[in-house]
Design a protein around this ligand. Structure first.
Ligand SMILES: Nc1ncnc2c1ncn2[C@@H]1O[C@H](COP(=O)(O)OP(=O)(O)OP(=O)(O)O)[C@@H](O)[C@H]1O
Ligand SMILES: [Mg+2]
Length: 325
């Protein structure tokens, strides 16, 4: 055995600290020791392996700094450090399962990479407004301890027109350097190019630029594209994502859960939840949250924290009325 126990310990601790220089330095010491012990062939092989590994050393993405986009980038995206947790969301069980899988693969990506596999890192979220697509991107960022960078594609396209592809490239270059969750909101704007007044050539440039980015996106970052017009998107585009997740209106049980959670700080002992089922129909998660907030504010301004059944029903009816306004 050429490597001593001390060498092994030093190798492990260098690896754990992601300190490549120290790692290869110790490996070179092992090679030198082998040579001294007369194992010339082994020493030569070790040196060769070290040189080859150093030559193809892939720069690891910087550990997430507290980043704020500066200069041109500040105009193209917004940065945030969300506090939303996945557990705060009410989701269909199958959506929950998929998101847990994303988190699990991201957290264990080292193990996957050692065998040549990459974690799921390109997600397409689609579904009606207010069902939690943007919130999911925020929750994933929080769960992984990453910043959330949001890029509103519709805004980008209408603001920069012919320069959109080059602006996207600026974003992608930054993305290659910073581990984060990148949320491309209003993603269907990529498919609705003509409406934005761009010529077809420009639309293709934007799309190609995006596809290139998707192909090259580093697996340490998450790219999340969100849309509520999935049908506008080219099918070829879907295949470039690792996972497509469908969001939908909440079931009655989920709707009640959204209300209960939003009212968890209030006294709801008088609320007959099951009777609310009908009033929650067709309302999105976002609308239910607003109704709950409205009922809570009414209670607070009325002098206490007791939620009244009638007030909650009224608030839900109001959301229905707004829907049809
Ligand atoms: N699944 C959910 N669980 C709990 N609250 C939710 C959920 N979905 C939405 N909400 C509430 O609604 C608000 C808006 O949701 P969000 O912005 O995530 O919707 P969206 O699906 O991105 O809609 P849009 O298509 O309009 O962008 C959230 O901030 C949250 O208060
Ligand atoms: Mg959204």
């Amino acid at each position: 055995m050429t490597a001593s126990a001390d060498h092994l310990k030093a190798l492990l601790s260098a690896h754990a600290a992601r300190d490549d220089d120290r790692f290869y330095g110790v490996a070179m010491q092992v090679a030198a020791k082998s040579a001294r012990q007369g194992h010339g062939k082994l020493a030569a092989e070790l040196r060769e392996l070290i040189d080859a590994a150093r030559a193809q050393k892939i720069p690891r993405l910087a550990p997430t700094p507290v980043v704020q986009p500066r200069g041109e980038l500040a105009n193209l995206l917004t940065a945030g450090y969300p506090e939303t947790r996945l557990g705060d969301m009410t989701l269909a069980p199958e959506v929950h399962t998929l998101l847990d899988k994303v988190l699990h693969e991201q957290r264990q990506r080292g193990r996957l990479e050692r065998f040549g596999f990459t974690p799921v890192h390109r997600l397409l979220l689609s579904g009606p407004p207010g069902t939690g697509k943007s919130m999911t991107a925020a929750a994933l960022a929080k769960e992984l301890g990453l910043p959330l960078f949001t890029i509103r594609l519709d805004g980008l396209i209408s603001r920069f027109m012919g320069e959109t592809a080059s602006k996207l490239r600026t974003i992608f270059e930054a993305a290659a350097e910073t581990r984060a969750v990148y949320l491309f909101d209003e993603f269907d704007a990529l498919g609705a190019d003509r409406a934005a007044g761009n010529d077809v050539g420009e639309a293709r440039r934007i799309l190609n630029s995006f596809l290139l980015f998707l192909d090259q996106a580093p697996p340490e970052s998450l790219v999340v594209a969100a849309t509520n017009h999935r049908q506008l998107l080219d099918r070829a585009l879907f295949r470039r994502f690792d996972l497509a997740i469908l969001y939908g209106a909440p079931s009655t049980q989920q709707a009640i859960e959204v209300l209960r959670r939003r009212l968890s700080e209030m006294d709801t002992s008088a609320v007959r939840w099951l009777e609310l089922g009908v009033c929650t129909e067709k309302l999105s998660h976002a609308e239910l949250v607003k109704a709950a907030e409205s009922a809570a504010k009414r209670a607070i301004l009325g002098g206490d924290d007791v939620i009244d059944q009638q007030h909650l029903t009224d608030a839900l009816d109001e959301r229905h009325a707004l829907r049809h306004a």
